[in-house]
Design a protein around this ligand. Structure first.
Ligand SMILES: Cc1ncc(COP(=O)(O)O)c(C=O)c1O
Length: 352
């Protein structure tokens, strides 16, 4: 609150010194050469695709297990989303399926690091096609020891209210490619050049980040370590609680990577857990425990269904089984213990 008040008093409300500071500090944290602050994670992915020249006639291979924004930006760029099924474990894009789907028209691959677990990037890079990472869940993630941020052609983060660095709204694009950074800067906001006699070299968008939001993000950066400790504690509490519940299993986490601990997702196997995911969600709601679903497969949602062929049985099954339990640095350990107790109680009722 103090940082916001200070920004308002400074008189600089739009993109200015605080956005620039956020870009510098994020670049350092993400170990990337360039970071550009934008209005949302959606804008970050949209501009990254445009910067790579994605347009009409092109295809972009992506995962159906994501927030629809990941596919929407492909459509916004005028290109066609091609959905590759996910792996049955971490529900990240299956590189084998990607390899089968890439062709002459494939202009980019847009994988997601679901819940904060990095996807398998090496086999994607080996295909020699530009990779734009949707790292909305993965600000703190490391892939095989290397910080996500400067590894692919572009990496896109979200500063949305629920994310690990929460400014309310906002996004970041990080890259080691100077040409991509320059193209994104041109597209982010119409640059007037100097003086009052302006010229427009590129018809840019209005996707810049306000300094008021940048000020919030900067304070959140200071809290990253403390929040990570809280998230780790909440993960451990859930791990212990679900270990004894037949048919309820968390998504696996790869010990070779650093997980951002953004979401705690379990899968509910209706046969063994005695009820479906939807029944569990309703029963938990009755106990006062709010849960959410990450994610319903994008290709099954109204606008996408029927427009794009997709052979994604793993994603479809997962879509009916995944359930995200409450997780946030704003929750106390007691809150998480309550959620664990409610889940155990509901489970005991269902398997009786
Ligand atoms: C996986 C994923 N990608 C992209 C986004 C879009 O980010 P934003 O809401 O900042 O546009 C979100 C969440 O909002 C997300 O969860």
């Amino acid at each position: 609150m103090a940082a916001v008040a200070e920004t308002l008093r400074s008189g600089w409300l739009t993109t200015g010194p605080r956005s620039a500071q956020l870009e510098r500090r994020s670049a350092e944290y993400l170990e990337a050469d360039h970071v550009i602050a934008v209005a949302s994670g959606t804008a970050a992915m949209h501009l990254a695709l445009l910067a790579l020249g994605v347009g009409p006639g092109d295809e972009v291979v992506t995962t159906p297990v994501t927030w629809p924004a990941t596919a929407n930006v492909i459509v916004h760029a005028g290109a066609t989303p091609v959905f590759a099924d996910v792996r049955d474990g971490d529900l990240n894009i299956d590189p084998q399926r990607v390899q089968e789907l890439v062709g002459e028209r494939t202009k980019a691959i847009l994988p997601v690091h679901l819940a904060g677990q990095p996807c398998d990037l090496d086999p994607l890079w080996e295909l020699g096609i530009p990779v734009v990472e949707d790292a909305a869940h993965a600000f703190e993630s490391r892939y095989r020891g290397r910080k996500l941020g400067g590894l692919s052609d572009a990496t896109c983060f979200s500063l949305y209210a629920t994310k690990n660095v929460a400014a309310g709204e906002g996004g970041l694009i990080s890259t080691n490619r100077a040409d991509v950074a320059e193209a994104v800067r041109d597209l982010r906001l119409m640059r007037r050049g100097d003086g009052s006699l302006y010229d427009i070299a590129v018809p840019g968008y209005k996707a810049n980040l306000s300094d008021v939001l940048a000020a919030i993000a900067l304070v959140q950066l200071d809290k990253l370590e403390r929040h990570a400790e809280i998230r780790a504690r909440q993960f451990a509490l859930y791990d212990a609680a679900v270990a004894g519940l037949a048919g309820i299993a968390p998504l696996p986490r790869d010990p070779r990577d650093t997980h951002a601990l953004h979401l705690y997702i379990v899968r509910v196997d209706a046969e063994r857990a005695g009820a479906t995911r939807d029944e569990y969600q309703r029963a938990l709601a009755e106990e006062g425990i709010a849960t959410s679903i990450h994610f319903l497969p994008v290709h099954t949602l109204s606008w996408y269904r029927g427009r794009f062929a997709a052979d994604c049985p793993v994603a479809e099954r997962a879509g009916s089984e995944v359930l995200s339990l409450p997780l946030s640095p704003a929750h106390s350990d007691d809150d998480i213990a309550d959620a664990c107790d409610a889940l155990a109680g509901v489970h005991a009722r269902f398997i009786r």
